[in-house]
Ligand binder design. Structure first.
Ligand SMILES: *[C@@H]1O[C@H](CO)[C@@H](O)[C@H](O)[C@H]1NC(C)=O
Ligand SMILES: *[C@@H]1O[C@H](CO)[C@@H](O)[C@H](O)[C@H]1NC(C)=O
Ligand SMILES: *[C@@H]1O[C@H](CO)[C@@H](O)[C@H](O)[C@H]1NC(C)=O
Ligand SMILES: *[C@@H]1O[C@H](CO)[C@@H](O)[C@H](O)[C@H]1NC(C)=O
Ligand SMILES: *[C@@H]1O[C@H](CO)[C@@H](O)[C@H](O)[C@H]1NC(C)=O
Length: 868
């Protein structure tokens, strides 16, 4: 939607506006309007558009047009996700649908995403399935026009994706342990780009000297590069994979093939530099390298990609150069400049060729760190062991460099850096200006984000009390209520009296700026990194304090509190805005004009709500992210506080089937969180949370583990209470249980007995809960909600195949999560309950009756207070 102001003061002059929207090549839309705004439809994702608005004055004689006001704007690629998530895989896979299929699998973190099958063209009846996967080492690609190298596909997709989708792709690729692009070549212009921004979202955890968690682009580590010159009989990608793997875990990080023949006509990926990382686990026996090491792999011959080679030779600790034909390549080799150690790798056939080679080497000017000869007879394991040994030696005495620092070298060599554009840099500066001032996080929050602190907490308490009337005693209820109202008013006034401080001002202008998306992402990235640093320092201090024999209780408690209040994310800024809005709304005082426009969401959207409940740090966010391709925060060591929601638009074709416009997904903070457990009212808190989200949801997903009966019972009790209460308002919720980390085959069949026992337990709990709430004691679990003993239990294998950090996502995980998602969507399609709109959702909340006085659980109608 475009909006503009009226240029003409005298409204006696009749005028209208012409709006023209065009992309690089064509005019997309041209329209004439009398309004001061217009909606432009038919925009494509990830495309740059120019919009011009002319004032048109018509008189009897002629029509005059002003010079236009112009802006250009790039649409985001975000709505690609929708397409990907709801893409129907049952459709026959044609060549053109391959990219979509790949993206969809990638978003589901399917670790086999690179082996896509494609039905041959013109053969649709027989639908001959044909693998396009190079891993199978097939060589008949040259004559197979439909074949496509997965690396070509990935390179092309990175070219088509906008910067935000690029980040998402790189993140998911790294979860699958796929190598990610570091230098992206452009096969038309022969230029390449350093993918710094694209990799910014990847954070990794590893243990070398201590446990570390850091953004991968900021982590200093040695880089080892693998390149080749001339044709090569040995597949370096294959060796790289073996170098990264060990006996327990072997994985195809780099797409490899035996025959890297140059016959394939044009390869988009030629000149691509991929990167992957070896990250130690902190176990001497298993770790191949004790420190994290980055590995880069250049696709193609270095003689054709000198810029890439120069970059690698300047950034790497060592370059491993595969070259079989020293004779033919001698001149070229002699001319090379190396900024790093060179390890030459040659294949030899017999003793004579060995001797020959040694002679050659002696004659050459080239200075090598070491030469590894790969004998025909030598098996791969022996060779890889040699490689490993050399890498270990080199790493021991190497300089470490982060990808962010590499960007300087890239610039010197004329390589573009993807972050080098005005929008991205302006956004970064904006975010930096806000974050620069933060020294101590708890102090910062008290000072700069004051409204969500004490006043909000007080208001929430009062609002709850208005529902529960717990402390009313024998007072006149009306009188008591008006007293509470008055107190709330005072607090809102107090909130309103705070001047809007600089940080919030800047945050708002960032949200309204042209570079909004970049700004929010920079805020997220920078705050995450800041919080990580603070937390790890505090945790270290805490460990030290614990080890001190004269344990200082006071100090431990202090550190404990600091840890609990040291997380800072975008959500804190958003909460502050919401409080500003509430207080301004309350006072009818819109001095801060931008605030008024904040809630732009249309209240009449029809929505379906899906929620996940479960114990703390149990991979709930990961589950939702995998199901819906969304981005709930998954940082470890910090729990999600509060409930977070995301709206997913439902694509047009799908709307009638689902009978809603949006799916609202709610991720909740963990039940039974250790931090909250210390508070006296933690049970109450969990109850509130569960009731709130169950009340909102069409489907509640509860994650439990069968292994730990105590833990399960506690969680279930909370949930059962919440469900019971829904019954009172005539809502029959729908509940699905997810059992995670089940490794067996045919688990659903085998667990029939367990499910039966599980239901018995649920029935017992329901009875107990009903008794407690005085709601009849003949209740069964199925009386209070939609539950189907076979259909409502889902078994999902563990997320990782092996042990992180080097483990890829288990394909079984993504498979079962996909089934689960299909199941959930099916239920939404079949449900007879009409979708709610936002207003109705709020009404539901108001209608959930406060439970009898003296009971533990209740729902607030007002804000749901979140501490810290
Ligand atoms: C390297 O050797 C191969 C033959 O093995 C030859 O085709 C190629 O042109 C040589 N490259 C350079 C840069 O000398
Ligand atoms: C950014 O890009 C411009 C032009 O594309 C170039 O002149 C400039 O040197 C680049 N700066 C950096 C820091 O890469
Ligand atoms: C479910 O809970 C179990 C145990 O508490 C945990 O290991 C698992 O990761 C959780 N899964 C999900 C999807 O929340
Ligand atoms: C089960 O969970 C409880 C609470 O989270 C914990 O204290 C207990 O150690 C767990 N038991 C087992 C066997 O994992
Ligand atoms: C994951 O990818 C593999 C290979 O492309 C495919 O066979 C499998 O069905 C995919 N899994 C899901 C859940 O789509």
């Amino acid at each position: 939607r475009l909006k503009w102001t009226d240029p003409i003061d005298d409204d006696k002059i009749k005028h209208s506006f012409r709006v023209i929207c065009s992309n690089e090549a064509n005019t997309i839309e041209s329209l004439l309007t009398k309004e001061r705004e217009a909606n432009v439809l038919s925009l494509q994702p990830g495309t740059e558009y120019a919009f011009s608005v002319y004032t048109v004055v018509e008189s009897d004689v002629k029509t005059l047009e002003s010079t236009p006001v112009k802006i250009t704007q790039r649409t985001s690629a975000l709505f690609l996700f929708l397409f990907i998530i709801f893409y129907n895989p049952a459709e026959k896979t044609s060549f053109t649908s391959l990219p979509w299929l790949f993206l969809r699998k990638l978003m589901m973190v399917n670790s086999s995403a690179r082996s896509i099958k494609c039905a041959s063209k013109g053969n649709s009846e027989k639908c001959e399935e044909r693998s396009i996967n190079m891993i199978e080492e097939s060589t008949d690609f040259n004559d197979n026009q439909e074949g496509i190298n997965p690396l070509d596909l990935i390179t092309a997709l990175f070219h088509c994706a906008d910067p935000f989708l690029q980040q998402e792709m790189a993140l998911k690729m790294s979860m699958c342990q796929f190598a990610v692009p570091l230098l992206l070549p452009n096969c038309d212009t022969k230029e390449c780009t350093l993918m710094l921004w694209a990799l910014r979202d990847i954070t990794k955890q590893f243990r070398s000297h201590g446990l570390e968690e850091n953004s991968i682009v900021l982590t200093d580590m040695p880089l080892i590069s693998f390149v080749r010159l001339g044709k090569n009989s040995a597949s370096k990608s294959e060796f790289l994979n073996k170098l990264l793997g060990n006996k327990q875990q072997n994985y195809d990080t780099f797409v490899h093939r035996k025959l890297e023949n140059g016959n394939i006509q044009k390869k988009i990926c030629n000149g691509l530099v991929e990167m992957s990382w070896y990250l130690p686990r902190g176990e001497k026996k298993i770790d191949i390298f004790k420190e994290p090491v980055a590995m880069a792999n250049l696709r193609g011959d270095i003689s054709e990609f000198e810029v890439q080679f120069a970059f690698l030779s300047q950034t790497s600790s060592a370059v491993f150069l595969f070259c079989d034909d020293l004779d033919s390549n001698q001149t070229f080799l002699n001319s090379l400049q190396f900024g790093s150690k060179l390890v030459l790798i040659c294949t030899t056939n017999d003793q004579t060729s060995r001797d020959n080679l040694k002679q050659r080497l002696a004659q050459m000017k080239l200075k090598t760190y070491s030469v590894i000869l790969k004998d025909r007879k030598m098996n791969d394991a022996e060779f890889v062991a040699k490689l490993k040994k050399t890498v270990v030696e080199i790493v021991a005495s190497s300089i470490k460099v982060s990808i962010e620092k590499m960007s300087m070298i890239a610039t010197d060599l004329g390589i573009q850096v993807d972050e080098n554009n005005t929008i991205c840099q302006n956004a970064k500066e904006r975010a930096d200006r806000i974050i620069r001032g933060i020294e101590n996080i708890p102090d910062y929050k008290t000072k700069e984000l004051p409204l969500q602190g004490k006043p909000w907490k007080e208001i929430s308490k009062l609002e709850k009390e208005m529902c529960r009337l717990k402390k009313a005693r024998k007072q006149n209820i009306e009188h008591y209520m008006s007293e509470l109202k008055c107190q709330i008013q005072n607090l809102r006034m107090e909130q309103g009296n705070h001047r809007m401080n600089e940080a919030i001002n800047q945050f708002i202008s960032g949200c309204y700026s042209n570079e909004q998306l970049y700004f929010l992402k920079w805020m997220k990235i920078t705050l995450d990194s800041l919080t990580r640093k603070h937390l790890s320092r505090l945790q270290e201090q805490y460990r030290d304090a614990c080890q001190n024999p004269k344990e200082d209780k006071e100090r431990l408690r202090d550190l404990d509190n600091q840890i609990a209040s040291s997380s800072l994310g975008i959500q804190h800024f958003m909460r502050e805005l919401s409080q500003l809005y509430e207080s301004a709304h309350f006072q009818g005082n819109w001095n801060h004009s931008p605030l008024k426009e904040l809630p732009e969401i249309c209240m009449c959207l029809r929505i379906r709500v899906v929620t996940v409940l479960g114990v703390q740090s149990s991979g709930k966010s990961t589950l939702l992210n995998t199901m819906f391709g969304v981005q709930f925060a998954v940082s470890s060591g910090r729990c999600t506080k509060g409930a977070f929601m995301l709206l997913i638009g439902v694509s047009e074709e799908f709307r009638s089937e689902l009978r809603c416009d949006y799916i609202l997904i709610i991720d909740t903070e963990g039940l039974k969180s250790l931090e909250l457990a210390k508070l006296a009212d933690s049970y109450e808190h969990d109850n509130e949370l569960a009731t709130l989200v169950v009340g909102l949801s069409d489907i509640t997903i509860v994650n439990i583990s069968m292994e730990n009966a105590t833990e399960m019972k506690d969680t279930l009790q909370i949930v059962v209470h919440a469900f019971l209460r829904m019954k009172e308002v005539g809502k029959k919720p729908c509940c699905h249980f997810v059992h995670q980390n089940t490794a067996e085959v045919a688990v659903h069949e085998k667990k029939a007995r367990e499910r039966k026992m599980f239901l018995q337990q649920l029935d017992e709990m329901t009875q107990a809960a009903a008794k407690m709430e005085k709601r009849g004691n003949k209740k069964k679990f199925t009386d209070i909600l939609e539950y189907n003993i076979d259909g409502s239990n889902w078994y999902i294998p563990g997320l990782w195949l092996g042990t992180p950090p080097m483990a890829p996502v288990n394909t079984g995980y993504s498979e079962e999560v996909n089934n689960f998602k299909d199941g959930i969507l099916d239920i939404l399609k079949k449900t007879k309950v009409p979708a709610l709109d936002f207003m109705l959702v709020e009404m539901t909340m108001l209608n959930i009756l406060p439970p009898p006085i003296g009971h533990k659980a209740f729902v607030t109608t007002g804000g749901f207070q979140v501490e810290n």
